[in-house]
Design a protein around this ligand. Sequence first.
Ligand SMILES: *Cc1c(COP(=O)(O)O)cnc(C)c1O
Length: 464
Amino acid sequence: MDLTEIFSMAGTVGALSQLKFSEVLMDSQNRSAALFERGRKVIPDGVSSPMRAFAQVGRNPICAVSAKGSRIVDADGRSYVDFLNAFGALLLGHAPDEIVSAISEQAARGPVYGLSTEGEYRLAERIVASTPEIERIRFVCSGTEAVMTAARIARSHTGRNLLLKFRGSYHGHSDALLANPANLLSGAGNAKGVSKGISDQLNRDVLIVEYNDEQEVAAAFETHGASIAAVLVEPHATNMGFVKSKPQFHRLLRELCDQHGALLIFDEVVTGFRFRFGAVCTAFGVKPDLVTFGKIIGGGTPVGAFAGKAEFLDHVALGRNVFQSGTFAANPLTVAAGNAALDLLGKPGFYEALEEKGAFVEGLLRAGFAEHGIPFVVSRHGALLGLAFRDSAEPLLSYRDVKTQDYKLFEQFHIQMREKGFLLPPSLEEPIFLSAAHTHEDLERFAREAVQTLHALRSESVPA
Ligand SMILES: *Cc1c(COP(=O)(O)O)cnc(C)c1O
């Protein structure tokens, strides 16, 4: 009897027909691991984006096969309640029917034309109408491109070079935004925010201060105010876990930018459309000069956008100063998915329901932590959640604080939660991403298991 017959008898030929039999035999219990072994031969670390290597949580990465709603299934057939949600791109959860049909219908009419479309204008109109601080918008294919171009406009508009940004933040991987004075030091490696291959001049054109630290920002302006083109900031810091901004922080940034003639750029790639239908700057009462979008507005497809007052955006108009273009910018698939996503986000009560779910899981976590004497701070805004892995009643305010957490404990927590069927972002420096697809039951089970897991891990490490 040959292999085909064996599999055929087991009735598995349908499911396995696309796999090589040798692969199946190699590791039928751990197909994700086998696939990664294969991928590593042709792709560095087997990943196209470094976080997917799960380096911070024991390097046992996942190969995904399919996903729907709040659940994702890996190559071993294991199903997880997903709190990664494509690093926050999927506020609606996986593959909502409305978005799937919008993409399929557009695909049949052609995925890209190299021409403008009515759907693109509709998406632009809806985003501009959502946020009074912006008058114009242009689409690109990633958050990286959006922030890169916003920074270029700021430099062009002011005729200055310096960008001020915050330690531990991430604004995409363009040279200008990976630039960091630390890159000038030898042996810096390629840790978060540090990379070789950036020109020395770009590295010198960046100032880095701690998030939420008014004194450090004021001091930077005191010394360099006349050379600062822009301050680049996230409304909340979402790339160092979840660090909420102090309300007065952005007001100070606005004042300093006005005093010194610098532009204020809000990177809303994560926060845009997450808390309200539009950018969150409007809810904060801060008027940035430029706003970048990404993630959510693509309905699960590659997207980015930069937006702002006409005076700034028109720098990219014909015959003006700044060049930007893109073969796939505002491609019809993204436009279709984005419009379908906005249809769902714009339904009455959408953000209220999301807030209710966020408050529900936050309440359960707080109650469980109190009951078991776990002194971790739970931070939340809408569907973004952060647990501070440290024994302190003080919330995390800056990257300095972030680094005081127990990274080893997080690693164990991640591994055990995964065994219990919950996929968390594979780093303590990412927020927990809730989605509208999470059910109350998902959230109740998640909170219960999270509390129990942490309680058990902490009791193990503390001698009785
Ligand atoms: C994800 C992210 C980016 C980069 O977006 P990509 O689409 O991954 O290029 C930029 N800024 C922030 C705040 C992000 O979280």
